[in-house]
Design a protein around this ligand. Structure first.
Ligand SMILES: [Zn+2]
Length: 65
């Protein structure tokens, strides 16, 4: 499992692959959604940060490949 860092606005969140401890889900929930399907952790998907065209996006487990 790799350490991934997503920098957006004031948020700095490491290791998005946590499935059991969504402790970081608070006011930034609107940024915590899949870049493709817009589903978030609150929808029961795991999100992973990925650099796409030099910017960080979040992808769910289905769209990360
Ligand atoms: Zn998705």
């Amino acid at each position: 499992m790799s350490q991934l860092v997503y920098s957006g606005k004031s948020s700095l969140i490491q290791d998005f692959i946590l499935k059991t401890e969504p402790v970081f889900l608070t006011s930034d929930a609107h940024e915590m959604s899949c870049y493709v399907c817009k589903k978030g952790i609150h929808d029961g998907v795991s999100l992973t940060a990925k650099t796409l065209d030099s910017k960080n996006v979040m992808l769910c487990e289905k769209h990360f490949e």
